[in-house]
Design a protein around this ligand. Structure first.
Ligand SMILES: [Zn+2]
Length: 90
């Protein structure tokens, strides 16, 4: 069974991956993940974040005190209200 902290770890890793891939994409780097993989990862992230905050009632940021990095592509529920960057898409 997945614990809350497993889920938080996956979301952190996913958030950083999405940020890095998005940066590579905008740089025109050929190592960037293609659109299909990127949107698939985005869907997985959305599902996991809903599970954590809605189903498990998790409080706080997945990055803890540090909060989600400002240049993130996705933000946890705790950081979401303070940003408009969530509609940034490839
Ligand atoms: Zn956050």
């Amino acid at each position: 069974m997945t614990t809350d902290s497993d889920l938080v770890k996956r979301l952190r890793t996913g958030s950083l991956w999405l940020r890095d891939q998005s940066a590579l994409y905008y740089d025109g780097d050929s190592d960037a993940a293609d659109d299909d993989i990127f949107s698939e990862m985005l869907d997985v992230w959305d599902t996991l974040v809903l599970d954590l905050y809605r189903a498990r009632k998790y409080k706080g940021c997945i990055f803890g005190e540090a909060r989600c990095p400002e240049d993130s592509v996705v933000f946890c529920e705790a950081c979401k209200p303070y940003t408009t960057q969530t509609d940034m898409k490839i």
